[in-house]
Design a protein around this ligand. Sequence first.
Ligand code: GDP
Length: 296
Amino acid sequence: MAFEGLTEKISSAFKHLRSKGRLTESDIKDAMKEIRMALLEADVNFKVAKDFIKTVTEKATDAEILESLSPTQQVIKIVNEELVSLLGGQTTRLTISPNPPTIVMMAGLQGAGKTTNCAKLAALLRKQQQRRPLLVACDVYRPAAIEQLKVVGKQLNIPVFDEGQGDPVEIAKHGIDFARKNGYDLVFLDTAGRLHIDEKLMDELKNIKATVKPTEIILVVDAMTGQDAVTVAQTFDEALGIDGVLMSKMDGDARGGAALSVKAVTGKPIKFIGTGEKLGDIEPFHPDRMASRILG
Ligand code: GDP
């Protein structure tokens, strides 16, 4: 799982502080240098790391902190608070429409984990919120994608609406009508993914968005791609507008830089994380728990 190196290096910086007892501004600066290096080695965006260190340094070099009885504890508290804030502050839930069905448009590049996580998320919300989900196959370019959605839908016992390789905008509309008529209150649109972001893909997603007016657009990005995941999120947000991120493959990413950078760079929160290949491997994202884990 992510953050192993980061945890180790941050605790080493704190250990150095503890060994000093009373702290001076220069002790704090040395510790911050260590933490900055640790963030960069974890593949955190350069500017995000720089701003983080600046904020923590300003707060930690306050006279009240330096003169307190346990200054290192205070510094750890500040680092923790700023990490929580960097990860998005509070847990951000999926918005549920007051007029069902809630329509969640899932977007992402091919291979990011969109199709599997679409089904995982549907199953999670069925379990946690007793929703009745429907999956709609709008990725019409790859027959394998429709088949894959059907396979995971079947494994989880979640129905899949598909019309083969038709017009994705029409399929989305028909799927939502079908949900309305049959009492499904949560619709996931599994949209097309491509290997790279291109204009045609964005135009299609914009068309679906304009036509069905989804309650939320969730972008699936692959944590293992590091800062590329952040760039993808930024590009999708600028072109399409996204409401949140599902960060997949957190289990395979040893560093954690994407998770630590995406909110600061895009302004959009991580709402869920994929934590493995099994269909139960998905969790709501809790910034406070993640920060505690990073601090070990
Ligand atoms: P799509 O092309 O974006 O629809 O991607 P898929 O849903 O087909 O996923 C691509 C691969 O990533 C599949 O082999 C999934 O099993 C795998 N995958 C998806 N999410 C996770 C995750 O959270 N952890 C791991 N280890 N693998 C994942």
